[in-house]
Design a protein around this ligand. Structure first.
Ligand code: SF4
Length: 324
């Protein structure tokens, strides 16, 4: 029996691609890649199981992903999403895993023309150019050049599909035919394709501060960039975000700004303030997010090394520092 690795996102396309191949009496092992921007996802396990596929294997590719994020050969999409490089990387990583699983090819759920940047004919060719004969796209195979897998009858080309475009009509028909009832709604891409988050990530890259922990922290908190000091600030909007800042700072052994009255946000600058003036400025921003209004507020550094009695800054000034 042949065995294939399925590049598995958890979405309908990859569920269908997996089933189409599995139903040809080929063992399919779903591989779900993980970075701080996507996966691991418990739902992916459920969708795979309900579709009759094996449980996905999660593989962390953060290190390799950061490399392409810092310098994507094929550029970014609308935000910080390096989609072509990302597809290419995932296919390469799957190919690299083939030996570990004794698999003879890789299956993807790519659909020709479904995504303008990463799934047109050129980009499909680009992402798997050197793997033409071991990467199979069952959903669009009939519109693509026949692979060696089809020629040698490892898979039956007649049972593959010829889907193109963004309408999901055929995918829905196939889901019915294959009795796949549970699948997620189509998503517009990962969090990197969101403009605001993408801008935060690009700034982390500019400042050479791209780490998993920071990516997670800026994903879930209010983030500001102060150009004058070339620094990113993170402030909590609620108790749990303050706790997150506290945990992050404790782990790295750095100090954060907090109100003495404990009635508002904590603030952590990603680079330590380089002057008294800079520290006072951050203390004033911290004071601006305090529940007490219109008076001097005492802000302290969490390591008790400094304290500042400062006035709040105008919200209009603060708003200019927020990522949009
Ligand atoms: S949207 Fe995100 S996960 Fe999807 S291809 Fe683009 S970068 Fe990769």
């Amino acid at each position: 029996m042949h065995r294939a690795l399925l590049l598995f996102s958890g979405g309908l396309d990859s569920l269908l691609a997996g089933r189409i191949i599995q139903d040809q009496n080929i063992e399919v092992i779903p591989i779900k890649f993980i970075t701080p921007f996507f996966g691991p996802d418990e739902n992916a396990k459920i969708y795979a199981r309900e579709a009759g596929l094996k449980e996905p294997i999660f593989v962390d590719i953060t290190k390799q992903f950061f490399n392409i994020l810092k310098s994507p050969k094929y550029g970014f999409g609308k935000a910080a999403n390096p989609c072509i490089d990302c597809h290419k990387l995932m296919i390469e990583e799957c190919v690299n895993l083939m030996g570990d699983f004794d698999a003879s090819f890789v299956v993807t759920g790519e659909v020709l023309g479904e995504r303008p940047m990463s799934q047109n004919k050129n980009s499909l060719k680009t992402v798997a150019e050197q793997y033409e004969n071991i990467v199979l796209r069952p959903l669009s195979a009939k519109l693509l050049r026949e692979t060696a897998l089809e020629r040698s009858e490892v898979v039956d080309r007649d049972l593959l599909e010829g889907i193109s475009g963004r309408s999901r009509k055929r995918q829905k028909e196939l889901a019915k035919l294959l009795n796949i009832k549970k699948f997620p709604a189509p998503a517009g891409g990962c969090v990197l394709s969101e403009k605001q988050f993408g801008n935060k990530i690009k700034k982390l890259i500019d400042l050479d501060m791209l780490t998993s922990d920071l990516c997670k922290l800026i994903k879930r908190s209010r983030t500001l960039f102060v150009e004058k000091y070339n620094n990113i600030l993170i402030t909590g909007r609620c108790e749990s975000e303050n706790q997150m800042i506290q945990d992050f700072a404790d782990e790295l052994g750095i100090a954060y700004f907090m109100p003495k009255n404990d009635k508002g946000s904590y603030l952590i600058p990603l680079k330590e303030a380089a002057s008294e003036e800079e520290s006072i400025f951050y203390a004033r921003i911290t004071a601006s997010f305090n529940d007490e209004k219109g008076k001097e507020i005492e802000i302290v550094l969490s390591d008790n090394s400094q304290s500042f009695n400062v006035l709040q800054l105008d919200r209009e000034i603060i708003n200019k520092f927020l990522f949009t």
